[in-house]
Ligand binder design. Structure first.
Ligand SMILES: *[C@@H]1O[C@H](CO)[C@@H](O)[C@H](O)[C@H]1NC(C)=O
Ligand SMILES: *[C@@H]1O[C@H](CO)[C@@H](O)[C@H](O)[C@H]1NC(C)=O
Ligand SMILES: *[C@@H]1O[C@H](CO)[C@@H](O)[C@H](O)[C@H]1NC(C)=O
Ligand SMILES: *[C@@H]1O[C@H](CO)[C@@H](O)[C@H](O)[C@H]1NC(C)=O
Ligand SMILES: *[C@@H]1O[C@H](CO)[C@@H](O)[C@H](O)[C@H]1NC(C)=O
Ligand SMILES: *[C@@H]1O[C@H](CO)[C@@H](O)[C@H](O)[C@H]1NC(C)=O
Ligand SMILES: *[C@@H]1O[C@H](CO)[C@@H](O)[C@H](O)[C@H]1NC(C)=O
Length: 628
């Protein structure tokens, strides 16, 4: 009786070990419609395709440049062509730069990575012909159809712009990866060893990336440490080279740093307001020291500099004075020098995540987030929000010269819930801890939904915005960031895929019920240990319908299969899990009006805690979960 479950467990662990290995190393299978990607983990990159000059139409850089919306020089430089006017020879290989990103098609289809090229249709063009001849099978017409859902292939007008998705991939942060993946179409006279020797890499690195089953005209990705030396000849006096193939370096570092706190600080857009107020003050105080760090800052800046921050609107300034006076009392004003010292000059060693640094000021450990000044509404939220389950803002600092604002928060020791559930933390969270985290988050949300006037909608509830303190109590972070648009994923929708409520996605409706929906997704993560969106871009919440049909027995057995394996090792009542699951299902109702409010959720979760503590106090329960 005892050995059996243990054996069952070892088997499970073993299986999950193999499974994880696969997840880490298996590449997304080649697909006729494109290569799937996870938008939340994808770092857009600049990369290249290998394109062959082909007559009669494409024997000059200008026409190829038009096709890819790049200049002649942008192709000439990486392709070792000194004179961009030269006529190319047939089949001459060229490196054409593209910008690769992960793009959502729709929620059922998921996301694929591609470089979207705008092409204006000319007489005689068809989607199919464009894909196989002009774009040389660097995409497929099926993929073109998928990314242009409103376009009817047979009714394309001349001059109409069609988006062509050129297949691409960016190096993942998980693997110790090459810095560059070049899109290459396998030619009839190619073999793996000939490609490998041409790019001076091992055949294994090609098959590892693309599998063993490469067929002629398949798209493959050639992993390279950097662009091979088809580089410009030394004698050339051409203008500066194209932007180098940038690897998404900062993000790689973050992920490599195991167990570090993933810290997305509350993104209150207080900066703008404070900036306006304090601008005058600071201008008088330009010191040599500031000059110095501003310069370094400029190099290090993670933001694309926008200077609009320095344009101050008089009317706005007057309007906001009242709000600000409150705010200034409440928070500490830090000096730039203090932050500079605390973070060792914003050293990468102190970088926690994105633009958040860890620093110690007066013996207190703090998280310092650098941001561009922004928005005004959030200040109002900031003033109202003060609750143990919300990350606390301690103070701020303004650098008017760079139009930067630094927000200083309490440092939350144990990092994000996301890192505990899906990261590399060695320990697994117990059911008790998970229940408490759920309740903490629910209480934080209850506070902003019910006890602030007007109500505050967080808009970006997700496991990476839930931080855990030293006692594993949860705090909600990243307020108003979504509102200020700082972490927009698409141009129009803010929030994070996998968590966004459907009514917001389709109609842009904002209500507290959209936080309820996202909270439901977090509950699913807590129960299943799975990510809100998987590597194929499929959302976790799509699974809930499985658990709302069939007999109770069946639902329970389904749940046991789906639950986080580490929970099966614990003594817990399945009723407690079933109860949380039913809360999650009600939160995920497609109709926002049928989702419960936070009060009801807090109440329902307390029932789960009761069900759980029954077993921990009274010992074994007849329906205790054991390993299958
Ligand atoms: C390329 O041709 C353009 C005009 O067609 C000329 O102005 C330019 O100087 C030429 N560049 C080179 C490098 O020959
Ligand atoms: C293609 O057009 C869209 C909008 O029509 C634009 O946002 C995008 O930047 C364009 N892409 C390129 C590569 O020019
Ligand atoms: C692209 O693939 C099609 C068949 O799938 C083939 O007929 C065509 O020649 C290929 N185009 C190029 C440029 O290799
Ligand atoms: C999602 O996109 C795919 C590919 O274009 C399409 O077949 C499918 O009908 C779309 N689904 C929805 C719900 O729009
Ligand atoms: C690969 O192609 C090269 C010539 O392109 C040829 O010499 C070599 O034998 C081929 N290797 C295999 C394994 O077919
Ligand atoms: C490419 O060429 C540059 C100089 O022309 C050289 O320094 C560099 O090592 C070369 N890189 C490779 C990978 O051969
Ligand atoms: C670049 O092209 C020139 C001829 O245009 C050639 O002599 C040189 O070897 C090429 N450089 C590399 C690194 O292939």
């Amino acid at each position: 009786m005892i050995t059996k479950p243990i054996f069952g467990f070892s088997l499970l662990i073993f299986i999950s070990f193999i499974f994880n290995q696969n997840i880490c190393y298996a590449q997304n299978p080649p697909s006729i419609t494109g290569y799937t990607c996870n938008p939340n983990q994808f770092n857009p990159c600049q990369t290249y395709v290998l394109y062959r000059a082909r007559g009669p139409q494409f024997l000059d850089l200008a026409s190829i440049g038009d096709l890819f919306s790049v200049s002649r020089l942008m192709i000439a430089n990486p392709s070792n062509i000194s004179n961009p006017n030269t006529t190319l020879v047939n089949d001459q290989p060229l490196f054409v730069p593209i910008k690769c990103s992960c793009n959502n098609i729709n929620s059922t289809f998921g996301s694929i990575s591609y470089a979207g090229l705008n092409y204006s249709f000319k007489a005689g063009d068809t989607m199919y012909d464009m894909s196989v001849t002009k774009y040389q099978n660097l995409t497929t017409y099926q993929s073109v159809e998928a990314v242009n859902p409103t376009v009817e292939a047979t009714k394309i007008a001349i001059g109409q712009t069609i988006k062509f998705p050129i297949f691409c991939k960016c190096p993942t942060t998980r693997q110790n990866q090459p810095r560059l993946l070049i899109t290459y179409v396998f030619q009839p006279n190619d073999n793996i060893s000939s490609i490998a020797s041409r790019f001076r890499i091992t055949p294994q690195s090609i098959t590892q990336m693309n599998g063993n089953n490469i067929k002629i005209l398949d798209t493959i990705f050639i992993p390279l440490p950097n662009l091979p030396n088809l580089t410009r000849p030394a004698s050339s006096n051409t203008p500066p080279p194209p932007p180098p193939p940038t690897a998404p370096a900062p993000v790689i570092q973050e992920n490599d740093r195991k167990g570090t706190v993933i810290w997305l600080a509350i993104g209150l857009g207080v900066c703008g307001l404070l900036l306006i107020l304090i601008l005058g003050l600071f201008y008088k105080e330009k010191t040599v020291k500031r000059e110095k760090y501003s310069d370094i800052e400029r190099q290090k800046s993670l933001y694309v500099g926008s200077k609009k921050g320095s344009i101050v609107d008089k009317d706005v300034e007057v309007n906001l004075m009242a709000d600000l006076s409150d705010c200034l009392d409440k928070y500490k004003m830090y000096k730039m020098e203090q932050l500079w010292e605390a973070t060792n000059g914003f050293d990468e060693e102190c970088l926690i995540q994105g633009s958040v640094y860890k620093g110690t000021i007066d013996g207190e450990v703090l998280a310092i987030k650098k941001m561009k000044w922004n928005a005004r509404e959030e200040l109002k939220i900031l003033q109202k929000v003060n609750h143990g389950n919300l990350v606390k803002l301690e103070g701020f600092c303004i650098d008017p010269k760079e139009a930067n604002c630094y927000l200083v928060y309490e440092y939350v020791e144990n990092g994000s819930l996301h890192s505990w559930l899906h990261g590399e933390k060695p320990e697994k969270l117990s059911w008790k801890t998970r229940l408490r985290i759920a309740t903490d988050v629910a209480n934080g949300l209850l506070y902003i939904h019910e006890h602030t006037r007007p109500r505050v909608v967080h808009k970006d509830i997700k496991s990476s915005n839930i931080l855990l303190d030293s006692n594993m109590r949860a705090k909600v972070a990243n307020f108003g960031l979504a509102k200020s648009g700082c972490n927009a994923i698409t141009m129009h929708i803010v929030g994070t895929q996998g968590y966004i409520a459907p009514e917001y996605l389709t109609d842009g409706i904002v209500s507290t019920k959209m936080d309820v929906f996202s909270f439901g997704v977090v509950l699913l993560e807590l129960v299943s240990g799975k990510e809100a969106i998987n590597d194929e871009g499929k959302v976790l919440w799509a699974k809930v319908s499985d658990f709302s049909e069939g007999s109770e027995e069946r639902k329970v057995s389904k749940l046991q299969e789906w639950m986080d394996e580490s929970l099966l090792r614990e003594e817990l009542t399945i009723e407690s899990v079933v109860n949380v699951m039913s809360v999650a299902i009600s939160c995920l109702n497609k109709d926002p009006s049928r989702r419960p409010g936070m009060i009801e959720i807090v109440y329902a979760l307390s029932k789960s805690i009761d069900l759980f503590s029954d077993v921990s106090e009274e010992g074994l329960s007849p329906r205790q979960v054991t390993a299958r």
